[in-house]
Design a protein around this ligand. Structure first.
Ligand SMILES: [Zn+2]
Ligand SMILES: [Zn+2]
Length: 361
């Protein structure tokens, strides 16, 4: 089969590799129908994730069709259309038993496209299939569902839930890439008083407004002043989410939060950031970090089936599966191409597209 193989920093190739086969009784083999590229894949490509060794098939977000299952797999069978979660779960370890699958100690966690071969391929082996794939209800289009592999649960769990968004809150989301936009959309589920989005690109801010941001600011045009102007006594926001992953934006978030407020870091950081405890120690600020658990995925799937989550707006570029290298190029130059999420494969049903557009409008 063909797959996107990491060749070492800066190099990826769509090339022939052996087909995956069952290795464990809990495995499933899937034909990949829709796959996306994640910002994390770009970190890997830059060489920021040293556990990923040359020869690894990348990718941890996909929708596929089950073609074969190991003898212990009970919940899916050949022919089922399923979402592949970016997090695999052994189901037996301490953390899995708490629903904290991201911290799995039994061989799961973020393994696909990281420690084992991933989804950017024609076929993929998914370990612990019972807890690591989700059968898709028929109203949900594969192209929409693929956004539930990572970006929606990440934004919702690590941003909205960790940030403790409550009705009436002023919420700031710094970074309006796919995850930041999903944070805007899922923060709205809690009826915040106002959502403010900050980004470097006007096109992304326009997308944030479309998904429900009430105010937006370019990063270079005084976002901190805007937040002060829009909050009581200029005290700052109740919840600030960091969805970029660089020191400057993290530090900006800690300056935008009100006393007693919450800063939820979602961004994947490759460098140290300063924590200004000399300013923060007295402010009762809560700071959270996290890797997604994907424990919210079944709930998010029900919301998507009910037309309560926007999706189509987030996929800006479509490719055939064989155009993987081109897709990486377009996604990697998002500032020039305006790419949010790129998807390879998948056919959208016209009727559903109409429904989705109306519901999100
Ligand atoms: Zn991802
Ligand atoms: Zn586990």
């Amino acid at each position: 089969m063909k797959a996107a193989v990491f060749q070492g920093p800066g190099r990826i190739a769509w090339q022939d590799v052996p087909d995956p086969s069952l290795q464990d009784p809990g495995d499933a083999i899937l034909r990949v129908d829709v796959v996306t590229i994640c910002g994390t894949d770009l970190h890997i490509l830059k060489g920021d994730v040293p556990e990923v060794t040359p020869g690894r098939v990348l990718g941890h977000e996909a929708v596929g069709t089950v073609v074969e299952t190991g003898r212990d797999v009970r919940t899916v069978r050949p022919g089922d259309r399923v979402l592949v979660s970016c997090i695999s779960a052994c189901g037996r370890c301490r953390f899995c038993r708490e629903g904290r699958y991201g911290q799995c100690r039994g061989g799961g966690g973020w393994i696909l496209g990281h420690l084992v071969d991933g989804t950017q391929a024609e076929y993929v082996r998914v370990p612990f299939a019972d807890l690591s794939v989700h059968p898709l209800p028929s109203p949900v289009d594969s192209l929409d569902a693929v956004l539930l592999a990572d970006i929606f649960p990440t934004a919702y769990e690590v941003g909205v839930l960790n940030g403790g968004v409550r009705p009436g809150d002023t919420v700031v989301v710094v970074g309006a890439g796919p995850v930041g936009l999903a944070a805007v959309a899922t923060a709205r589920l809690y009826s915040p008083g106002r959502i403010i989005a900050v980004d470097l690109a006007e096109s992304r801010l326009a997308a944030a407004r479309e998904l429900g941001a009430d105010a937006t600011a370019l990063a270079g045009e005084g976002p901190e002043q805007l937040v002060a102007d829009l909050t009581d006594d200029g005290l700052g926001a109740d919840v600030v989410m960091e969805a970029v992953g660089v020191p400057e934006t993290f530090e900006m978030c800690t300056r935008m939060v009100r006393p007693g407020g919450r800063v939820a870091n979602i961004g994947v950081h490759g460098k140290p950031a300063s924590l200004h405890l000399e300013d923060l120690w007295i402010k009762d600020v809560t700071l959270t970090t996290g890797l997604v658990d994907t424990s919210s995925t079944p709930m998010l799937l029900r919301m998507m089936a009910a037309g309560r989550l926007p999706a189509a707006e987030l996929i800006t570029h479509r490719f055939d599966p064989g155009q993987m290298e081109e897709a990486y190029d377009v996604f990697g130059r998002a500032a020039d191409t305006g790419a949010l999420k790129v998807a390879l494969g998948g056919a959208r049903h016209t009727a559903l597209e109409t429904t989705t557009a109306t519901d999100a409008g």
